[in-house]
Ligand binder design. Structure first.
Ligand code: DC
Length: 218
């Protein structure tokens, strides 16, 4: 049976995670947060203090990661049995993930972990290269973006709500730096797939984005 895949790619803070989770719930499909895999590897490398070691060593760590995404309500992520959900969301984790994600051997090592998520009845895959590389055969493809200032505002609000001290201009600079690194890298850069529909969420609600994507799949 051909398992349907919906890819949702785009820059950080465009709302991919929220939209993808809602759609996966609605359709009863599996959900892949590919960014979390890169983030988990960045954490593991920092923990083992091998972030600056040889690529071969880093690839070994990538292949040996025991990563579990729990399907329970709180969607905990376990790395080698340890709950890393809170650490995954840190800005520093995202920035380190973006740095290691530009190394081709690392991307290749993480490919199988991502392919394993393609299971019946379907998959919603969120990331940067889901529609262009990892699931280039996907039937449904979306590129979800928003202006850098809107994405920075959203991130700022999220952090404040969590009681974390945040600085809007630092967040904006971080977002711009990450966009540039993710878009300009040689391998699997952040670009819309030729057959993706393009949605700018700057001025529309999450529900409006979800409705538009669902109408594509249905
Ligand atoms: O989506 P995110 O913010 O959790 O992703 C963190 C970083 O991981 C992102 O800046 C680039 C990298 N990444 C990637 O290169 N390819 C993906 N499919 C997902 C994330």
């Amino acid at each position: 049976m051909d398992i349907p895949v919906l890819t949702i790619d785009g820059p950080s803070g465009a709302g991919k995670g929220t939209v993808s989770r809602l759609i996966a719930q609605k359709l009863g499909w599996h959900y892949l947060d590919s960014g979390a895999i890169y983030r988990a590897l960045a954490l593991e490398l920092t923990e083992k203090d091998v972030l600056h070691e040889s690529i071969a060593e880093i690839v070994d760590v990538a292949l040996g990661m025991d990563l579990v995404f729990e399907c329970s309500e709180d969607r905990a992520v376990l790395l080698n049995g340890q709950d890393i959900t809170d650490l995954l969301g840190l800005e520093s984790t995202g920035n380190n993930a973006s740095k290691i994600a530009s190394i081709p051997e690392i991307r290749a090592a993480l490919l199988q972990k991502q392919h394993d998520f393609k299971q019946a009845p379907g998959l919603v895959a969120d990331g940067r290269d889901m529609g262009t590389v990892v699931f280039s055969e996907a039937k449904y493809k979306v590129f979800l973006t928003a202006s850098a200032s809107e994405r920075a505002e959203r991130r700022y609000k999220q952090l404040k709500e969590k009681g974390i001290d945040a600085n809007l201009s630092e967040i904006t600079a971080d977002i711009q730096e990450r966009d540039q690194r993710d878009s300009e890298r040689q391998i699997s850069p952040l670009v819309p797939a030729a057959d993706a529909i393009y949605i700018d969420s700057s001025t529309i609600s999450v529900q409006a984005v979800v409705d538009e994507v669902l109408s594509l799949v249905r």
